[in-house]
Design a protein around this ligand. Sequence first.
Ligand code: BGC
Length: 379
Amino acid sequence: MKRLLFYPAMIGMLCLTLLSCGSNDAKKDAAATTKQGVTQTSWGQADGKDVNLYTLTNKNGVQVKVTNYGGIVTSWLVPDKNGKQSSIVIGFDSLQGYLQKPPYFGALIGRYGNRIGNARFTLDGKTYTLAANDGKNHLHGGNKGYDKVVWDAAFADSIPALTLNYLSKDGEEGYPGNLKISVTYSLTDDNELVIDYNAETDKATPVNLTNHCYFNLSGDVKNTILDHSLQIDADNYTPVDATLIPTGEIKAVKGTPFDFTQSTKIGARIDQVQGGYDHNFVLNSKDSTLHLVATLADSISGRKMEVYTVEPGLQFYSGNFLDGTFKLADGTPINKHTALCLETQHYPDSPNKPNFPSTILQPGQKYHTVTKYKVSVEK
Ligand code: BGC
């Protein structure tokens, strides 16, 4: 995305980091520290807690910015085929932008990614009622999901990495059990953003964590993503009702506009899908090891992104509800289809669909899932 405020901010941060070597005052003013490829800058406060922006930089100069507010990836700077750097994710330059509640830009999502039908589920004979924050359904963890809380940040060891911790209390947003969550973002020298999620509970609870980055590989939201090519390793998808709740059916993509088994332009058949793509693809991977499940490519910039995950599903959302309400720092409106999400997760509404893979975490079990987004440039 075009981020006019980015370059002055970066130069400022560099100066502050350099100055901090020689001057105590600069050290105090900078509020910026660096550890193993991670720079920390103060970004304000939310819920009475400090919010920081962390910049992860690898040896190629690729940079990912993450804030501990909502675990949001605010920017991911990648060069295009001409060496020009721009961010491939939608994001804001200040905490203020996120406090206006944009639709989950770049955020960590939980306790349950995507929808739970009729905002309730029954577990071990007890019915739990959740916030109906999407019509009659529950979406992305409720009114104040993990995208709107302040996480505790800790520098991780080795490569540029940041660990975010959060304790989601028993009863929070209606879910049972204290859920202790730890998510680590790492940026490798192969230009991979690895997101490693861990959680433990003290009561049985549904858990379905994901990240909600909106990608536009052209780096400019003036271009839609309809010309991006997408390939998804899924022979099946889960059809939905009018409120986007899966019907429970697992349907073959063959012969439908959902067939992305071969790389296809997103815009080629989108008109045949009512409302645009907002569906869970049933990944072909047969075990829970890391698999390449999707490849997104933009021929204009030459950028390509591969998605690897251990998850059984991928929610492909083509930015259908983006309507220009939210704007980038330079005033550019974020319009329909100007970004897309590839959310690795379990299928929506699994707590109410016994035929879907289970999302219930039991006390004593360890929830662990990994997703990797790898970006490269084809010249
Ligand atoms: C959902 C969409 C929703 C979007 C933003 C996606 O994960 O599938 O229906 O509009 O998130 O909230």
